[in-house]
Write a protein that binds this ligand. Structure first.
Ligand code: ADP
Length: 550
C-alpha cells in the first residue's frame, strides 16, 4: 500500500493494526461501568454501560455473520443518536464490514442513489424512519434485509417490506462470544456521503486507521478535550460525519455518553443536559440557537454544562459571547468537512493569549483555529501559488493528512488531489500563529467589482444586532459591480429593527464598500440536511431582486 521507500533499518515495534473494535474493547475493560444514556425514539430513557454495549455489539456482530455479511460489505443505517446505533457502529466496522450512515433528511431519491451506489446489503433503521424505508425499498433491489431497531412490541403488525427483521430478536438469538477479527488497518470502516447540494452525493470512505488516528487527535486537550470525567452529549447526528467522531473518542477516553435521539428542540435538550449532568456537547450553530432561545425565554441556567464545540458552519461571535458570558460555557470553534473525517481545526488559545483583554480573546476564538496534529493546511491563489500567513491575505484552503480522503468512493469526481493536497472549497486567511479563519465557501463569495466580499463577516456583524436571530448574505446581480451583497434577515420573535437601522449598524464594523446594498426581512432561512443555510436556494429565490439604485 505504501508508496514510500523502506529504510534498510526498520523499527522493531509490534505490528498491531489500529482497529475500531479495539476502542470498544478498551472501553469495556477500563470504563466498563461508565454509562451510555439514550433518549429513545420510543420516548423513554434507556441506560446501560460500555460493558453492556460491548456485549451487545458482539451479539450483533454474530448476527451479521449469520446474515452473511462479510469483510468489506456495506451495511447502512438511517438512525438517530442512540445506543443501538452505537452498537451498529462497533458491530459493523468491528466485524470488518463497512458502516454506511445515511442522513434521513436528504431527499428520498438521494437516499436511493446512495444505497445503490454503496451497494448496501442490509439497512438498519429507527422506528421513525419506517415510512421512508417503505417508500424507497422497491428502488433498492440489492438490499437483502431491513432491520428495524426496536423490540418485537414496536414492530408494525404489517408492512410493505417483505424482508423486515427485528433488531432485538436478531440480538436475542446470538451469544456475546465473539472474537473481533484482525485485518489490515487500512481496510474500509465506514462511508459517509457529502450532502451533494449540486450533483450526486459523493462518498468519503474512511479506514480503521484513519478513524483511530482521528479519534486520538480529536480527544487532545486543544482538540475536543474529552476525558473520563466528561459527560458527552453529541447533538451532531451520528449520520453526519460520524457525529464528529464522538462515538469513538468518548469510549476511547471513557467519558459518559448521552444520546438525545430525535428530540433536538431546546426544551428536550435542556432537560437532558440537566438530568444527566452533561459537561460537554457538540453541534452546528442552528441547534444552539434553539437551546439558547429556550433557556433565555425561561430564565434558566446550566448547572453542569462547561464546554461545547460549534462547527459545521461559522459560529456567530454573538452566540459565542452569549454562551461564554451569560452561561459560562466555553466555546471551541471547530472546522472540518466530511472529506476530513471531519476535524481539521479547532480554536483554543495559546499561552500568550491568556493575558489579553476579553474582546481580543474573543476575536481569536472567533477564528476556526489551528490544525489538529496530523492535518497540514495552506492557502493558495487561483494559480496555486502559496499565500502569506498574515491573517489578511485570503485564498483557497488546501489540506492533507492521514484522515483526509485521497479520492471519492468508486473514483467519483476523478482525481481530487492537487500535488497531494485536497482543495476544501473554502476561502480562508491564516495568521502568523497558524490560526485559520474561513471567510467563505468559494461558491458563496460575493464578487464585487473584481474584489471579494466575505459573506461570513457580514452575517457575523448582523447577528450581533439584538433584533437579529439569523442572517445570510448572498451576492445578487449588479449592473456596475457584477454582484453586490444582499442581506437576508430573520428577526427575533417580537423584536423590531428597520432596514436603515440595521445598515447603520454596519458602519465602522466593516469596510464601507462591504456594507450590504439591501436587506430583506424573511420568516425563515432554508436549511439543508445538515442544518446549514442553503445559499444556492436563496440565490435562486432572490435572483430577480432589484437592488436600490443610489
Ligand atoms: P457539506 O459539504 O455536504 O455541507 P460538510 O459537513 O462536510 O458537509 O461541510 C463542510 C463545510 O462546512 C466546510 O467546507 C465549510 O465550508 C463549512 N464549515 C464547517 N465548519 C465550519 C466553521 N466552523 N466555520 C465556517 N464554515 C464551516
Amino acid at each position: 500500500m505504501s508508496a514510500y521507500p523502506k529504510s534498510p533499518l526498520m523499527g522493531q515495534m509490534m505490528e498491531k493494526p489500529m482497529l475500531i473494535s479495539s476502542i470498544i474493547e478498551h472501553a469495556d475493560r477500563y470504563f466498563g461501568t461508565s454509562e451510555i444514556v439514550s433518549r429513545r425514539v420510543e420516548g423513554d430513557i434507556h441506560r446501560y454501560n460500555y460493558r453492556q454495549c460491548h456485549q451487545r455489539s458482539k451479539q450483533l456482530a454474530n448476527a451479521l455473520t449469520q446474515l452473511g455479511v462479510k469483510l468489506g460489505d456495506r451495511v447502512a443505517t438511517i438512525a438517530w443518536n442512540g445506543y443501538r446505533h452505537l452498537e451498529a457502529y462497533y458491530a459493523v466496522s468491528g466485524s470488518g464490514a463497512v458502516l454506511h450512515t445515511i442522513n434521513p433528511r436528504l431527499h428520498p431519491e438521494q437516499i436511493v442513489y446512495m444505497i445503490n451506489h454503496a451497494e448496501d446489503q442490509y439497512l438498519f433503521f429507527d422506528i421513525s424512519f419506517l415510512p421512508i424505508v417503505e417508500g424507497i425499498a422497491a428502488h433498492c433491489p440489492g438490499v437483502k434485509g431491513f432491520v428495524m431497531m426496536c423490540g418485537r412490541s414496536h414492530m408494525p403488525a404489517e408492512s410493505k417490506l417483505s424482508n423486515l427483521l427485528c433488531y432485538e430478536e436478531l440480538l436475542a438469538a446470538q451469544s456475546s462470544d465473539y472474537d473481533w477479527p484482525l485485518f489490515d488497518e487500512n481496510s474500509a470502516s465506514s462511508l459517509c456521503y457529502t450532502s451533494g447540494t449540486t450533483g450526486h452525493p459523493k462518498g468519503a470512505l474512511y479506514s480503521h486507521r484513519s478513524t483511530v488516528l482521528h479519534s486520538y487527535a480529536s480527544a487532545l486537550p486543544d482538540g475536543l478535550n474529552v476525558s473520563a470525567r466528561d459527560t458527552v452529549l453529541p447533538v451532531v447526528p451520528m449520520f453526519h460525519v460520524n457525529a464528529w467522531g464522538l462515538p469513538y473518542s468518548a469510549p476511547l477516553t471513557g467519558g459518559k455518553l448521552v444520546f438525545p435521539g430525535p428530540f433536538l428542540d431546546g426544551k428536550s435538550l435542556y432537560e437532558l443536559f440537566e438530568q444527566e449532568r452533561v459537561t460537554f456537547s457538540a453541534g452546528v450553530p442552528t441547534v444552539w440557537l434553539g437551546l439558547l432561545n429556550h433557556v433565555s425565554q425561561h430564565g434558566l441556567r446550566f448547572s453542569s454544562f462547561k464546554r461545547t464545540v460549534i462547527g459545521g458552519s461559522a459560529c456567530p461571535p454573538a452566540m459565542m459571547h452569549t454562551l461564554r458570558h451569560s452561561y459560562g460555557v466555553e466555546v471551541v470553534h471547530a472546522w472540518g468537512m466530511t472529506e476530513m473525517s471531519p476535524l481539521g481545526t479547532s480554536c483554543t488559545l495559546l499561552a500568550k493569549h491568556m493575558e489579553l483583554p476579553e474582546t481580543e480573546k474573543e476575536a481569536v476564538l472567533t477564528k476556526q483555529g489551528h490544525v489538529l496534529y496530523g492535518v497540514e493546511m495552506k492557502i493558495v491563489d487561483d494559480a496555486g501559488k502559496e499565500l502569506a500567513w498574515d491573517g489578511k491575505t485570503y485564498g483557497n484552503l488546501l489540506v492533507r493528512g492521514p484522515w483526509i480522503i485521497s479520492a471519492y468512493y468508486k473514483g467519483e469526481g476523478g482525481d481530487v488531489l492537487h500535488n497531494g493536497w485536497f482543495a476544501t472549497g473554502d476561502v480562508a486567511t491564516i495568521d502568523a500563529d497558524g490560526f485559520m479563519q474561513i471567510t467563505d465557501r468559494s461558491k458563496d463569495v460575493i464578487k464585487s467589482g473584481g474584489e471579494w466580499i466575505g459573506s461570513i463577516d457580514l452575517e457575523n456583524v448582523a447577528m450581533g444586532h439584538p433584533a437579529v436571530m439569523q442572517a445570510a448574505c448572498i451576492g445578487v446581480f449588479h449592473p456596475k459591480w457584477d454582484e453586490r451583497p444582499l442581506l437576508l434577515v430573520v428577526k427575533k420573535q417580537g423584536a423590531e429593527v428597520t432596514k436603515e437601522e440595521l445598515l447603520q449598524f454596519f458602519e465602522g464594523k466593516v469596510a464601507k464598500w462591504w456594507i450590504p446594498d439591501d436587506i430583506a426581512f424573511i420568516d425563515a432561512l432554508p436549511l439543508g440536511a445538515t442544518g446549514k443555510i442553503l445559499k444556492n436556494k436563496l440565490r435562486e429565490q432572490f435572483k430577480e431582486h432589484q437592488l436600490p439604485t443610489v
